[in-house]
Design a protein around this ligand. Structure first.
Ligand SMILES: Cc1ncc(COP(=O)(O)O)c(C=O)c1O
Length: 392
C-alpha cells in the first residue's frame, strides 16, 4: 500500500543513539546491574496529592468527554504558573492544554509553519524537533550552538541564517542535551532578530523549573514578543509526571484558537481526571513544595557528578546551567561518542546517549541524565573513571 510522503518526513528519531539505551534496558530486564544514565525521566514519584486528586476524580466519575482546550480553573492555574515561572502575564484564552510539551510543540508548529517555509532550530537540539518540523512540511535549517561557547548562541550565526523563507525560530532553554540556559542578552538578541524579520518563536521551556542560574528570561516576556511567541511546557519534568501527558501551549489568543481546532480534530482534550490531577499539581502546597525539592535535588546531583567527573583526565565537562542533563566531551579519549557509549555499556554496565543524535555540534559528546539518585550516580562516575583510566 502507498503511504503519504509524511511518513518519510517524520522518520528521523536519532535511532542510532537509542540503540544503546534499548540494549541497556534489555540487560536491566534480564536482571543485570546496569546504570541507566540515558533516560530523561526523573526518578521521583508524582507528588501524592496529585495521585490522590486523580483517584478521587475517577471515583467521582470524571471519566467522560473533556473540555477540549482544558477546563478554565486548570488554564487559570497554568496562567498563574506561567507568570511565576516565565514572567508573562497570559490569560486563560491564550492557553490550550495538550498531551505533554511534545504534543503542544507539534500543535503550535502545525499552526504556524507550512510547506515552503523555513524554520531555524538551534542545535544541539532535542531529537524530536526534526520530525515535528518534517510533519509541517517546512524545511529545517540548523544554527550551531558551539561547544567552545558553552553551547551558547552567537547571534551573528542566527542573523546569517535568516532568509526570505524563514518563518520561525525554534529555541529550547534550558537545553536538552546541553544543559545550557540562554542568558538574558542571548534571549534579547533572538527577540530582536525575530521582531526585525517578523518571525514566530517556538520556545520549548519544558525544563523551566530546573534553572540553576539567575541569568534567564523567558522570551515571551520581552517587549513585542508575546504576539509572536508560542511557549510550550508541561508537568513532565517539574512534577515528575512524564506519564500523565499534561502540557500546554501559551501564545496569542488567535494561535490558541487555531491550536484548539487542531486539538479538536486530533486529540479531543485531556481526560477530566488527568485535568483534576494537573490542577492539584499546580495548586496543592505539598505538590508545589515537591517542585522545589526536585529542583534542589537535581542541582545537588549536578554538583556531585561535576565534581567527580571533572577529576577524570580526558573527560571535558560542560557544567549544566539547567535541565537534568550533562554533556561530556569524550574527544580526548580518541573514541567516537558512539564507541565510547558502546564500550562503556559493554565493559562497565553504564548506559549513556551518544550526542550525535542531537546535532553535529554534540558530536564527540555523550549525554548523561541526572535522573538517578546520588549513590547510583557516584557508582556510575566511578565506573566511568575506571573505563577511561583503562583506555590506552
Ligand atoms: C527539550 C524537550 N522538549 C520536550 C520534551 C517532551 O516533554 P513532554 O513529556 O512534556 O511531552 C522533552 C522530553 O524529554 C524534552 O527534553
Amino acid at each position: 500500500m502507498k503511504y503519504s510522503p509524511l511518513v518519510e518526513r517524520i522518520g528521523g528519531d536519532g535511532s542510532n543513539a537509542w540503540e544503546i539505551h534499548y540494549r541497556g534496558m534489555r540487560r536491566v530486564r534480564a536482571g543485570e546491574d546496569v546504570i541507566m544514565l540515558s533516560i530523561g525521566d526523573p526518578d521521583f514519584d508524582t507528588p501524592a496529592p496529585v495521585v490522590a486528586a486523580a483517584k478521587q476524580a475517577l471515583d467521582r466519575g470524571r471519566t467522560h468527554y473533556p473540555e477540549i482546550v482544558g477546563e478554565l480553573p486548570l488554564r487559570q492555574a497554568i496562567a498563574d504558573y506561567h507568570l511565576k515561572t516565565n514572567g508573562q502575564d497570559a490569560q486563560p484564552d491564550q492557553i490550550v492544554v495538550l498531551a505533554g510539551a511534545q504534543c503542544a510543540l507539534f500543535a503550535a508548529a502545525m499552526c504556524v509553519l507550512a510547506p515552503g517555509d523555513e524554520v531555524i532550530a538551534l542545535e544541539p537540539m532535542y531529537v524530536t524537533y526534526e520530525a515535528v518540523v518534517g510533519a509541517t512540511g517546512a524545511d529545517l535549517k540548523m544554527v550551531p550552538l558551539r561547544a567552545e561557547r558553552g553551547f551558547h548562541l552567537d547571534p551573528a550565526d542566527l542573523e546569517a541564517a535568516i532568509g526570505p523563507r524563514t518563518r520561525a525560530i525554534m529555541i529550547s532553554s534550558p537545553n536538552n542535551p546541553t544543559g545550557a540556559v540562554m542568558t538574558r542578552a542571548e534571549t534579547e538578541a533572538i527577540a530582536a532578530i525575530a521582531r526585525a524579520h517578523d518571525l514566530w518563536v517556538l520556545s520549548d521551556e519544558v525544563y523551566a523549573s530546573l534553572v540553576f542560574t539567575d541569568d534567564r528570561v523567558s522570551i515571551a516576556s520581552l517587549p513585542g514578543m508575546a504576539e509572536r511567541t508560542a511557549t510550550v511546557s508541561s508537568l513532565s519534568k517539574s512534577h515528575a509526571m512524564t506519564g500523565w501527558r499534561v502540557g500546554w501551549v501559551v501564545g496569542p489568543v488567535e494561535l490558541a484558537r487555531h491550536v484548539a481546532k487542531l486539538a479538536l480534530c486530533m486529540l479531543y482534550g485531556s481526560p477530566p481526571f488527568v485535568q483534576d490531577a494537573a490542577l492539584a499539581a499546580l495548586t496543592d502546597p505539598v505538590a508545589i513544595a515537591e517542585v522545589a525539592r526536585l529542583h534542589d535535588t537535581i542541582r545537588a546531583r549536578r554538583d556531585l557528578v561535576f565534581a567527580r567527573l571533572n577529576q577524570v583526565p580526558r573527560l571535558a565537562l560542560h557544567r549544566p546551567e539547567g535541565s537534568m542533563f550533562m554533556l561530556l566531551d569524550v574527544r580526548q579519549t580518541g573514541l567516537s561518542a558512539f564507541a565510547f557509549a558502546d564500550r562503556l555499556l559493554a565493559e562497565e554496565a553504564v548506559a549513556v546517549l551518544p550526542g550525535d543524535a542531537f546535532g553535529p555540534n554534540a558530536e564527540g559528546h555523550v549525554r548523561i541524565s541526572l535522573g538517578l539518585d546520588a549513590s547510583l550516580l557516584e557508582t556510575a562516575c566511578a565506573r566511568m573513571a575506571a573505563f577511561v583510566g583503562r583506555l590506552p
